[in-house]
Design a protein. Structure first.
Length: 127
């Protein structure tokens, strides 16, 4: 039975190694390629930091707008001192807006605004 894509209802291509994931993601569309920001919506934004720390202002602005940010810090991994300074700056902003921050992989940090919390360790929070 063919696998129907979750987005757009397209059939996936199956090869000897299974789903050709790059092709699948490249075929996906988000609202036909149109991103119209609406103040009533919460967005998940991907922000990539530059090796000199550039991009941190974009991430902070998104958090202050109430959006979630997936922050790619790969370019800063060789400069641990600058990376720590930036993480502290972002953490302080998260505290100011009652948000949360967590490392989700070696080079990705998840930053969420007020109203969201990140459960760590894959555990389900208890009531």
């Amino acid at each position: 039975m063919p696998f129907k894509g979750l987005f757009g209802g397209k059939k996936s291509r199956l090869g000897s190694g299974g789903l050709e994931i790059e092709d699948y993601f490249n075929e996906m569309t988000v609202r036909d390629g149109k991103i119209v920001e609406d103040d009533s919506a919460t967005y998940v934004k991907s922000v990539r930091l530059e090796s000199d720390g550039g991009g941190v202002d974009n991430a902070l602005a998104e958090i202050e707008k109430g959006n979630l940010v997936i922050l790619n810090v790969r370019a800063l991994l060789p400069n641990r001192t600058l990376l720590m300074q930036i993480v502290h700056e972002i953490r302080d902003t998260c505290l100011d807006v009652d948000g949360d921050i967590a490392r989700v992989s070696e080079d990705k940090i998840l930053i969420v605004p007020n109203g969201f919390r990140i459960a760590s360790g894959g555990e389900t929070p208890r009531e």
